[in-house]
Structure formats: structure tokens, C-alpha cells
Ligand binder design. Structure first.
Ligand code: GLY
Ligand code: MN
Ligand code: MN
Length: 432
């Protein structure tokens, strides 16, 4: 790890300490105890799913898979990290790296899952209800007020220089995977083999990815969160959509690319270029004080123009927008905040915690805020051919080019996704 990243991390932890101290004063509490959480075994089984630690814990401690750990923060003192690392001959106990962040904490290794002894005026933050009842009964603190959660979430929305460096590195490594996935597709690989090529090139195992990679060939590219990997390569290759990331020190990349295969109609490649241009044009409009909803609306306007220009809609862009046609071609939001969680926290609350819901016409929009420096946002326009969304347009007799849509259905759809930092004067594309 580079010295500069590690020193940025020390400053990141120091600024968290200052922020948490301001919250303890504001809420009149002695301490905040963050619980990392733990996995639960499958029903009637002794096997566990892959575990991801609570985001506010990972905000401090770069151990994104650490279970049964606690971090207790109090004013004017080093935070205490209760590190669950029991002697175990079945598993390797959590190992600490030789990195300076360890010196920022008093580290106490614990071998059982009993919670730490904290003062009664300690706010407990995390999935406390998942603890067995007898352990919950031992906990002295108080349930954290909802407003404390909002304040902690709000801090996560504004990335420190350390977090931005992690997100940039996560992007770099994810791009290694995307290059390998593209090569595998042009080598006629199956979805499973594309997935394996992605994991190999980005150097990660499946339990470490920040979200399950979406690797859709042909019509599967039109299933927004397609969750399988066909083992056999299809006979015809129309398209590939890869939505896949990387988790670096707890921070997620979330990137999507779409490719036209040898069996796609030529208009599909043109549409990929057009959606890529929408992505770039929207990114150029990103800056502090811009409302994300306005960018989402801009994406729909450009998409309407693309549908008209490529002969998919016989009418004007205004008519396409008014009739809600672009929402059938792109039913998800333009993007979301990105950080420790792929769909990061605080996307739909104002800075003081007031709810800021998505408008009823765009229920899937995950970010309704005004952009500010330090936010890291995905921009992911799409254009899909999803029969269940297009069929109602046919029923309404709208002037769409159904012959062309039939030709494009086997291609599934297109999504192009980059990760962008808002800077004081504009933006910095972490994917570029
Ligand atoms: N990978 C999920 C998303 O793009 O939001
Ligand atoms: Mn994605
Ligand atoms: Mn995304």
C-alpha cells in the first residue's frame, strides 16, 4: 500500500473522530458503539452466506468482512476496536495488516461474542437486534436515535480524499476485469466463463465482489439485475452486458459496459454509441449545485432524441417524453451515490435528514439530492428492449417501430455506467 494512501487514511480517521465528537455533544451521549454485525446460518444448516460488515463500521475500520466486532468511540480518546479473533482450528482468525491505521485504535482481541461493557449513555449503532437475546440483555447502552443514523449517513455521502483514492483504485481494478470480459465475449465464451475471466483479471473471489456481477448475453442483457450464469455459450451472439465491480479496502466500484456481438443488427452498435454519448454528455453537466433529478430528466430527453434519431419512435422527442415512452426503455434511475455500499446511504434525504423521496413518475430513482463536492455518483443511462414494459405501449397504439424492436429484442439492452466524483469546480470521472 502506498504511504500517501495510508497517510490519507490517518487523516480520514482523525476527521471521523472530530465529526463523531460533534455528534456526541449534539445528542448528549457519552460514546457511540458501532457493531460490525454477523452472518446467520442458512435455516436448519451450519453453513453461512458471505458476510459484509456494517457500513458505518467499515467507514472507520478497513475490514469489510469482520464479524462480531465492535468499535467504541468516545471524546478525547482513541477509539477501542474489539476485534473478534478467537483461537480456531477450523478458520483463520482475522489478521491485522502492518499498517498505521491500527495505531489509531486501542485494539482488544476478543474470543467470544459477548458485547463490550459500555457506559449506559452510549448510543448503540448497528444490527443490535440480530444479537441473541441474552447478549442484548447484557448491553448497557441506548438505542441510537434515528437522527443520529441520519447524521452518520450524511457524513458517508461526502467522501474524504482517502475514500476517493480507494474508489479510484476500485475502478482501476474493475476495469481490468471488464477488459478480460470483453475479450472473453469476442472469444465466444459463455456467461460463466466471462464471469471467471472477470474475476481472474480483477483478482477477486466471488464472495468479495461488492455486488453479484451481472453478466448477461443476448436477451439476458435486458434483465436489469440478471442473476445467473449460463454454462454453455449461446449459438448466436447478439450482445453482452457486464455490470461488475471491485471492492478495495471496503469501497466499491460499480461499472457497466455493453458490447454488440457478430449477430446483432448494426443499429444495436449505433445505439451503444448513442447511450455512451448520453453518459458522457450527462457527466459533462455534473457540478456542485446541480439537482440530480435534473440530470435524470436530461437523460430521458437525450434518450427520446436517440429513439427518434434511430427510427424506433415515429414522432418527436417531446411526444416520446410526454407519452412516457422513454421510461419503458429505461425503467431505472440515472444513478446513485457510491461508497462502502454500492447503493450508498443518504441518497433520498436532505442534509438535515428530511426525506426527499423520488417523484412518483420515477420511483426507481435512488438519488434525489443536489450535487456537492465530495459526492461520488454513478451515471448509468440505459436503453432496454423489455417485452413486459414495451407491450403496454403497443396496446396504446403508440407509433413505435415494432419491426425494429422485434429485431432488437434478442440483444436485451444497453447500460453504460461510470463512477464520478463531484469536485469544487465540476467533476472527475474515476472510471476514465
Ligand atoms: N450494479 C447495480 C447498479 O448499477 O446499480
Ligand atoms: Mn452497476
Ligand atoms: Mn449502479
Amino acid at each position: 500500500m502506498t504511504d500517501s494512501l495510508l497517510s490519507l487514511q490517518q487523516r480520514h480517521i482523525a476527521s471521523l473522530q472530530a465529526y463523531y465528537e460533534s455528534l456526541m455533544a449534539h445528542f448528549d451521549i457519552d460514546a457511540i458503539a458501532l457493531y460490525s454485525g454477523h452472518a446467520s446460518a442458512f435455516f436448519a444448516d451450519d453453513h453461512y452466506p458471505a458476510f459484509q460488515a456494517f457500513g458505518h463500521f467499515v467507514h472507520w475500520v478497513p475490514l469489510p468482512h469482520a464479524e462480531h466486532c465492535w468499535l467504541v468511540i468516545a471524546p478525547n480518546t482513541k477509539p477501542t476496536l474489539y476485534l473478534h479473533a478467537p483461537e480456531d482450528f477450523w478458520h483463520l482468525p482475522t489478521q491485522l495488516p502492518d499498517e498505521p491505521w491500527c495505531d489509531a485504535f486501542d485494539i482488544i482481541r476478543i474470543s467470544d461474542i459477548a458485547p463490550p461493557a459500555v457506559s449506559p449513555n452510549t448510543a448503540l449503532v448497528g444490527d443490535i437486534n440480530a444479537l441473541p437475546a441474552e447478549l442484548r440483555a447484557q448491553l448497557k447502552g441506548i438505542d441510537a436515535p434515528e437522527a443520529l443514523y441520519w447524521a452518520l449517513d450524511e457524513q458517508r455521502m461526502h467522501k474524504s480524499d482517502y475514500e476517493v483514492a480507494c474508489l479510484r483504485e476500485a475502478n482501476r481494478r474493475a476495469l481490468d476485469g471488464h477488459r478480460a470480459a470483453e475479450a472473453a465475449f469476442f472469444g465466444a465464451a459463455s456467461e460463466l466463463d466471462i464471469q471467471l475471466a472477470y474475476l481472474a483479471a480483477s483478482r477477486q473471489r466471488e464472495s468479495q465482489v461488492p455486488y453479484q456481477n451481472i453478466i448477461g448475453l443476448n436477451a439476458h442483457a435486458g434483465v436489469l439485475h440478471y442473476q445467473h450464469y449460463d454454462v454453455q455459450a449461446p449459438y448466436q451472439r447478439h450482445s453482452l452486458l457486464v455490470d461488475a465491480g471491485y471492492r478495495f479496502r471496503g469501497y466499491a466500484a460499480d461499472l457497466t459496459r455493453t458490447y454488440a456481438g457478430p449477430d446483432a443488427p448494426s443499429v444495436f452498435a449505433d445505439l451503444i454509441t448513442a447511450v455512451t454519448n448520453i453518459k458522457d454528455t450527462v457527466i459533462d453537466a455534473m457540478a456542485p449545485n446541480v439537482a440530480f433529478l435534473d440530470l435524470h430528466t436530461l437523460m430521458h430527453r437525450y434518450l427520446a432524441e436517440v429513439l427518434v434519431a434511430h427510427g424506433l419512435f415515429h414522432g418527436s422527442a417531446e411526444q416520446a417524453l410526454e407519452a412516457g415512452i422513454t421510461r419503458a426503455f429505461c425503467p431505472h434511475g440515472l444513478g446513485h451515490s457510491l461508497g462502502i455500499q454500492v447503493h450508498d446511504v443518504a441518497g433520498k434525504r436532505l442534509t438535515d435528514g428530511t426525506p426527499c423521496p423520488s417523484p412518483s413518475q420515477h420511483p426507481a430513482l435512488r438519488l434525489t439530492r443536489t450535487l456537492a463536492p465530495g459526492m461520488v455518483i454513478t451515471i448509468e443511462p440505459g436503453c432496454y428492449f423489455i417485452p413486459m414494459l414495451l407491450e403496454p405501449l403497443r396496446q396504446r397504439g403508440l407509433p413505435l417501430n415494432w419491426a425494429l424492436i422485434e429485431e432488437l429484442l434478442p440483444c436485451g439492452g444497453i447500460r453504460i455506467e461510470d463512477n464520478v466524483l463531484i469536485t469544487p469546480n465540476g467533476r472527475d470521472n474515476l472510471t476514465a
